[in-house]
Write a protein that binds this ligand. Structure first.
Ligand code: FDA
Length: 500
């Protein structure tokens, strides 16, 4: 409520925000979580909370009147359609050279993502977070994050014969025949539930193609893990459909300005609260946009020059391959990926074998590659336009395409197959216009100290993917969670417990 004072205000309810809320609350601190998206706890007219991936509706996109599906075309037909403008779950945020997909709602990206819960190979960690002690991460914080998120491995005996993973087994066969290591990756999906989906015993979720616009069953989003535990402390308040627009020093602590939104995106109230400490966990883009604007417009002028820098796309690039008729990938495809092709050391690419859950046989293999891309972009404030811009250029994806080609050119040659040209527009092979994995913009040990404390202001912290300098070599949310676990433990010990 307007004029309220809170001990700790957390902006955003994704991985960084959820870890922060749970650990602060367990340490006895009252926490207020502010989230611009919806609560996602109420069924829609069809009885489901979330819309299906194949039938996007008003719930699917954040304040758009037309869908912007990552796979825009199929067999020559554009897939996008008009939808009512609504505070939906997936934001396709457009910058000059890239569309950045992000989750919107209580749970952040955990609501929309594929649940792939991957810890980077230890020998690669030094390149991911150079200033962080790897022994501590692999000894304490990665295990803590994996436990908190409910990460488990698929039962490979079941997987070997499950019809819904035929696409992945075809992916393995092609990878191995070309000499690439094929690795299983853990997930947060409830595998027992998926087995029952396949057996026809429970309502289908992953096997109904649910991902991107939410999972009605089976996926352990943050709503079911960290946030449920945080709420159980009784010390955590969540305000959905509230967007933070300003943070500035007050007589004691900080003044935080928050806009309340209706489901059409209109501002219905503007509130001002004060907080002793403010934790920025609005995601790489959300936190970077806020800090860049607040520094440039004079609300937080002492933030340093590293704000807005070091942003990367985790080298995301997508492609499909057209298989021969004897390599059918299956009509029924689980929306939760289980495996990848690891050519990081030799070619700079880790390709997840992704589903294409269209409900029909496509004879297509589909991949999302994470690649070693050296380009880093910067957020800047455009005063005349009144917005934050990102200087990423479309052409900067070329190193990612080249890295992905080290895998798929070879597989195509070996199998006598070709790339699909119909998935991203007419005769367009590479999905090089987007990322699912924004990282950086307030990099650890540069914009902040080595634990996320923002330089220039006591009591302001960054806790999300903006701390990571642009690449994690695998899918990022386990690393975001583990880093938040590490940082908040230190912040609680040093900033909240130390007397005086
Ligand atoms: P996150 O983006 O999760 O949360 C930030 C929250 O802050 C959001 O809820 C947002 O609405 C809110 N917010 C922003 N600005 C605000 C403001 N001004 N006021 C109030 N609230 C504000 N990763 C992975 O490891 N495995 C995977 O399989 C996938 N798959 C995948 C698929 C798709 C489609 C997407 C879009 C993403 C993935 N990811 C993924 C990426 C993963 O989801 C992502 O890295 C994390 O969610 C980022 O966590 P953060 O805590 O940084 O922010």
């Amino acid at each position: 409520t307007n004029g309220e004072h809170v001990a700790a205000l957390v902006i955003g309810t994704g991985y960084g925000g959820s870890v922060t809320a749970l650990r602060l609350a367990r340490a006895g601190v009252d926490v207020h979580l502010v989230e611009m998206g919806m609560a996602w706890d109420t069924p829609g007219p069809d009885g489901n909370v979330f819309a299906n991936t194949t039938r996007p509706d008003h719930r699917s996109f954040w304040l758009r009147t037309r869908t912007k599906q990552p796979l825009s075309n199929f067999l020559g037909f554009p897939l996008d359609k008009d939808v009512p403008r609504h505070t939906g779950i997936l934001d396709a945020e457009e910058f000059g050279g890239i569309t950045v997909y992000q989750g919107r709602g209580v749970g952040g990206g955990s609501l929309v993502n594929g649940g792939m819960a991957v810890t980077p190979r230890r020998e690669r960690f030094g390149a991911v977070l150079p200033s962080v002690n790897a022994d501590e991460m692999y000894g304490t914080y990665y295990p803590r994050a994996n436990a908190g998120l409910g990460v488990t491995e698929v039962d490979t005996r079941w997987w070997e014969s499950a019809s819904c993973y035929q696409y992945a087994r075809v992916g393995r066969k092609h990878a191995e025949r070309s000499g690439f290591p094929f690795v299983f990756v853990p997930n947060v999906y409830d595998w027992e539930y998926m087995k029952q989906e396949l057996a026809g015993l429970v309502p289908k979720s992953a096997l109904a193609g649910e991902v991107l616009y939410g999972n009605n069953h089976g996926k352990k989003s943050l709503q079911k893990t960290y946030l449920a535990q945080a709420k159980a402390t009784g010390r955590v308040t969540v305000s959905p459909l509230h967007r933070v627009t300003s943070v500035a020093p007050a007589a004691s602590g900080y003044t935080v300005v928050v806009e309340q939104l209706d489901t059409a995106g209109a501002v219905t109230a503007t509130k001002s609260v004060t907080a002793d400490r403010v934790f920025f966990a609005a995601g790489s883009v959300g936190t970077s946009k806020l800090l860049t604007r607040l520094k440039a417009t004079g609300a937080l002028p002492r933030l340093n020059d590293e704000i807005g820098r070091g942003w990367g796309d985790n080298g995301n690039v997508m492609c499909g391959r057209a298989n021969h008729m004897w390599d059918a990938t299956g009509k029924l495809q689980s929306a939760m990926p289980t495996a990848g092709i690891d050519n990081w050391d030799a070619g700079g690419a880790f390709a997840e074998v992704a589903p294409l859950p269209t409900g029909i046989e496509t004879y297509a293999s589909f991949y999302l590659s994470i690649t070693k891309n050296p380009h880093r972009a910067r957020f800047t404030w455009n005063a005349s336009a009144g917005r934050v811009e990102l200087d990423w250029q479309t052409a900067w994806k070329q190193p990612s395409v080249d890295a992905a080609k080290t895998i798929f050119d070879k597989i195509n040659q070996k199998e006598g197959t070709i790339y699909r040209t119909d998935l991203f527009g007419a005769y367009k092979i590479w999905g090089d216009h987007l990322t699912y994995h924004p990282l950086g913009g307030a990099v650890l040990d540069r914009a902040t100290d080595n634990y996320g404390r923002l330089h220039g202001y006591t009591g302001l912290y960054v806790m999300d993917g903006s701390l990571i300098p642009g690449n994690t070599s695998v899918n990022p949310f386990v690393t975001i969670t583990a880093l938040a676990e590490r940082n908040i433990e230190r912040i609680i010990a040093d900033d909240l417990r130390r007397p005086g």
